[in-house]
Design a protein around this ligand. Structure first.
Ligand code: NAG
Ligand code: NAG
Ligand code: NAG
Ligand code: NAG
Ligand code: NAG
Ligand code: NAG
Ligand code: NAG
Ligand code: NAG
Ligand code: NAG
Length: 889
């Protein structure tokens, strides 16, 4: 309240001061008016009057106060010379309206600059404009002017910087008198309805740098005099009705950077002189009637970024010199009559983003060099006569979004490797002779929304993952077997016609014979789903008991209707911040991807950094997934432990499916152990702490949560490290609640190399599965690599194992110095526990509670040098504790 009244009183004071000052300034103005009235010339009065008559200066402003008496020098957009005569009228974009004719030009002999652009001014350009003899700058563009360009404009011989009449509705021919404007540097007549030829007098504009006559109805041919405009940097003659050839005199315009002759009816050859224009960055000759070959001299245009020769009748082959255009980003040669192969030199165009060679008669095979075009986003080679297999080109094409190789004679199978087609939206390989099976992983390309593989000879089953692709056509192949569940909900039968060995779902196919196939399908679908669920992990400081209650997390709608919940944070994360911080999940912020979704790093306005896991659209659309997602969020919002990654919040709604969790600077334990420098930074005491922390977290999940949570995928990949190398269990994708009411039998989950052996045959989830995996991770941390062979059961490897006669110190990570005595004690305890955890009999493994308590207890093993501890003894569970065995088990 106090602040409000204070600010009100400040305002009152401000007003008072303003009124006082203004009273003073009004006095001054009045004084000046009197002086001006007595001293001002008739010209000034007439100018003010002429301006006022246009109605372009509102009479309520100072215009009224002064106009009767004085000059208009102080009006908006007006500048005068020392003598008080108007030199500049700049009323750009003021919604003036009205007609130009209202301005009586005869009163402005000193006018230098007139800018009335963007004002919806109607009517004709009055002939009297020719009276503005001193004009150097004239802009009337973007109005609604009609009628012809008055030939009196040719009198304005001082025009220099600008003559722009663009974007009006001016008709008639370009007056040849314009040729008198020899000082002009910029002329734009763009977007009118001008007719007739380009006057040859245009050759007089020798100072012209910019000439735009585009988008009119100009006909006739391009006068060869154009070659005299040596200072031209930009020449737009596009979108007219020009005929005849490109004059070879264009080769004189060596300063030219942009040349647009597109969308005319220009015919004849592309003159080889074009190769002289080495400063060209944009060359658009497309949509004409050009014939003959692409001149090899084009290879000299090494500054070229945009080259468009499409939609002509150009023949011959693509010159290999094209490979010299190293700055090219867009190469459009489509819809011509090009023959011969794609030159392998295309691989040098490493800046290329768009390569459109479709609708020609190009033959030969696709050069593998295309695989070097790292910046390529669109590759269109369709409707040619290409043969041979599709080369494996994807490794570098990480930005590719559009791929069309349809209507060729390509053979071989679809080369595919999952990780690299991250951005691909559109794939068309139809009308070729491609064989083999459809790669299953194609269905997990996140952004793929259109896939056309029709009219090939693809075999095998339809991968279920494909059904979520928005537009799909698999017709006319040799696909067989059961159509995946749900296909008919997303797609029509015509997308599968011509595959006569398919069954089920649609009337056009016979029903499938009954089989056990559905289990296979389930696993395929289930795997990517579960792998996502994992990031649902929570904050916590103390080991608190967790009991699951229903619905205790708050859902709130953000501005745009997304269900968004944030808890336990600084309260300042908002949906908008997340979108802003990641520029709407721009790939630049992506720090990892997988089949399930992507992880982004986002710095919030508060300076806090969070990690975001965002679901790929298609998984999110899967209802099975969606239910589990919500369920898991509900459950996991309640676990809190200092060694479990914190979940700060989540957003779940159409178009918004992500989780916000604590950012872990060092990434996964797996990667840290793989990197020599980081592995060395991860010294023995840090390693011991990671192992202990993980044990405490697992004990908490197994024994303090009701119902118990089994992680099911403990591995070095799922233990993340913060900046201080503290370990956090993450990725609860496969986590399962051991609920007395529901079956503990499940599908396989986990990471190869960490899965407890019994799980393979029982498929029953128990806490002991995690205990085993924990044992593997512990050995991995001690050894600096996955223990591999060391895990194989004693009996089967008794004689062959190279570990047979080893001492404990010999398996320790050699990148670190041997542990000192104190740490050695810890390592002995840890190793003993690890081997106990790896027992083949689940019942014989210690519980995590017991492991955790062992670590918490002060009791340490006897001080024995590690060099004297045989591995075999450890594996046989000979205890090195004081007393016998584990004190707490
Ligand atoms: C200014 O001129 C207008 C008409 O031109 C007139 O109505 C108005 O009274 C004049 N103002 C003064 C202060 O003379
Ligand atoms: C402009 O002013 C001059 C001089 O007063 C006058 O002769 C002429 O008719 C005016 N032109 C227009 C178009 O009003
Ligand atoms: C005149 O108009 C153009 C747009 O046509 C505008 O960009 C410019 O700022 C205006 N004023 C001057 C003094 O050039
Ligand atoms: C072209 O531009 C240069 C420098 O910008 C200038 O000196 C020259 O007079 C201009 N005109 C011709 C015809 O070269
Ligand atoms: C390219 O332009 C620069 C200046 O704009 C000029 O000096 C150079 O001569 C031009 N290049 C050619 C090949 O004419
Ligand atoms: C790809 O494009 C980026 C900018 O978009 C550019 O910095 C980079 O140099 C390009 N890469 C290659 C290989 O040309
Ligand atoms: C990717 O680019 C590198 C050179 O930048 C090249 O050596 C490699 O062959 C390319 N890979 C493919 C698959 O084309
Ligand atoms: C498709 O491939 C199968 C074997 O893979 C072959 O028997 C069949 O003739 C092929 N069909 C066509 C139209 O090429
Ligand atoms: C699942 O496992 C938990 C813990 O081991 C046990 O309490 C529960 O009874 C089991 N549920 C079933 C249906 O066997």
């Amino acid at each position: 309240m106090a602040t409000i009244s204070l600010s009100i009183s400040i305002q009152i004071v401000a007003w008072a001061i303003w009124i006082l000052l203004c009273g003073k300034c009004l006095d001054n103005a009045l004084h000046q008016l009197v002086v001006a009235a007595s001293g001002s010339s008739t010209l000034q009065l007439k100018q003010a009057k002429a301006l006022q008559e246009t109605g372009w200066w509102p009479s309520t402003t100072h215009a009224q106060a002064s106009s009767n008496y004085s000059s208009a020098c102080h009006w908006d957009g007006i500048t005068c010379n020392a003598g008080g005569s108007i030199t500049t009228i700049d009323r750009f974009d003021q919604h003036l309206g009205g007609q130009l004719i209202k301005l009586n030009f005869s009163f402005f002999p000193n006018l230098v600059s007139l800018n009335l652009s963007w004002n919806s001014i109607t009517g004709r350009i009055p002939l009297e404009i020719g009276m503005l003899k001193n004009l150097v700058y004239l802009r009337l563009s973007s109005n609604m002017l009609v009628g012809p360009i008055p030939s009196t404009l040719g009198n304005l011989t001082n025009l220099k910087y600008f003559l722009s009449l663009s974007s009006n509705m001016l008709g008639g021919p370009i007056p040849s008198t314009l040729g008198h404007l020899t000082n002009l540097e910029y002329l734009s007549l763009y977007s009118n309805i001008l007719v007739g030829p380009i006057p040859a007098t245009l050759g007089h504009f020798t100072n012209l740098k910019y000439l735009d006559i585009g988008l009119n109805k100009i006909d006739g041919s391009i006068p060869s005099e154009i070659g005299m405009l040596k200072n031209l940097t930009t020449l737009f003659l596009d979108s007219n009705m020009l005929v005849g050839p490109i004059p070879s005199t264009l080769g004189h315009l060596t300063n030219l950077r942009s040349l647009y002759l597109r969308q005319n009816q220009i015919n004849g050859f592309i003159p080889s002189e074009i190769g002289i224009l080495e400063n060209l960055t944009s060359l658009y000759l497309d949509s004409n009637m050009l014939i003959g070959p692409i001149p090899s001299t084009l290879g000299h245009l090494t500054n070229l970024e945009f080259l468009n020769l499409s939609q002509n009748k150009i023949n011959g082959s693509i010159p290999s010199e094209i490979g010299m255009l190293k700055n090219l980003t867009n190469l459009y040669l489509y819809s011509n009559k090009l023959v011969g192969p794609i030159p392998s030199t295309i691989g040098y165009l490493t800046n290329l983003q768009f390569l459109y060679l479709h609708q020609n008669q190009i033959n030969g095979s696709i050069p593998p060099e295309i695989g070097m075009l790292k910046n390529l986003t669109s590759l269109y080679l369709d409707s040619n006569m290409l043969v041979g297999p599709i080369p494996f080109i994807w490794d570098n094409l990480t930005d590719l979004q559009y791929l069309d190789l349809s209507v060729n004679s390509l053979t071989g199978s679809i080369p595919y490797r999952e990780v690299n087609l991250y951005w691909v939206k559109y794939v068309n390989l139809s009308h070729n002779s491609i064989i083999g099976e459809i790669p299953v992983a194609l269905g997990s390309v996140a952004r793929l929304s259109s896939l056309d593989l029709s009219y090939n000879n693809l075999t095998g089953h339809i991968p279920p993952s494909l059904i979520y692709i928005k537009r799909i056509d698999l017709s006319h192949n040799s696909l067989k077997g059961q159509i995946p569940d749900g296909f008919n909900r997303h797609h029509k039968s015509h997308t599968l016609t011509g595959n006569w060995h398919l069954c089920g779902q649609f009337k056009i196919f016979p029903p499938c014979p009954k089989s056990k196939k559905s289990i296979v399908t389930k696993i395929e679908i289930f795997a990517p789903i579960t792998s996502f669920l994992g990031f649902l992990v929570i904050r916590g400081i103390i080991l608190s008991r967790c009991v699951f209650k229903k619905n205790q997390f708050e859902l709130r709608e953000s501005k745009n209707g997304n269900i968004f919940s944030i808890w336990n944070y600084d309260g300042h994360i908002a949906y908008e911040y997340i979108i802003e911080a990641t520029e709407d999940f721009d790939i630049r912020y992506c720090i990892g991807t997988g089949g399930y979704g992507s992880v982004y790093k986002a710095e919030l306005p508060s300076g806090n950094v969070v990690a975001l896991k965002k679901l790929h659209q298609r998984e999110a659309e899967n209802p099975v997934f969606y239910r589990s997602f919500i369920n898991e969020v509900r459950v996991l919002t309640d676990i809190r432990h200092r060694n479990i990654v914190k979940l700060h919040g989540f957003c779940v709604h159409k178009g918004c499916r992500f989780l916000i969790y604590e950012y872990m600077e060092r990434g996964s334990l797996f990667w840290v152990l793989r990197n020599v420098d980081e592995a060395m930074e991860l010294d023995w005491s840090k390693r011991v702490n990671i192992i202990k922390g993980t044990a405490h977290a697992l004990s908490y999940m197994h024994h303090e949560c009701i119902p118990a949570i089994v992680h099911r995928d403990i591995s070095s990949n799922n233990i993340l490290l913060n900046s201080e190398f503290r370990g956090f269990i993450s990725d609860f994708g496969t986590a399962k609640l051991l609920d007395p009411d529901s079956s503990n039998q499940t599908l396989v989950a986990g990471t190869y190399g960490y899965i407890a052996p019994e799980f393979a045959y029982t498929m029953i989830v128990t806490e002991k599965c995690d205990v085993y995996s924990f044992g593997v991770v512990v050995l991995e941390v001690l050894m600096g690599r996955h223990p591999g062979e060391l895990l194989s059961p004693l009996s089967s490897s008794s004689s062959s194992s190279s570990f047979q006669n080893m001492m404990l110190n010999e398996i320790l990570d050699r990148r670190l110095p041997p542990p000192n005595r104190l740490i050695g004690q810890d390592i002995l305890l840890i190793a003993t526990i690890a081997f106990a955890c790896l027992h083949t009999q689940p019942k014989s493994r210690p519980t995590m509670k017991c492991v955790s308590q062992e670590f918490l207890s002060r009791k340490k093993p006897n001080v024995i040098p590690l060099t004297t501890v045989p591995l075999l003894q450890l594996r046989k569970q000979v205890a090195y504790m004081e007393g016998s065995g584990f004190a707490y088990c």
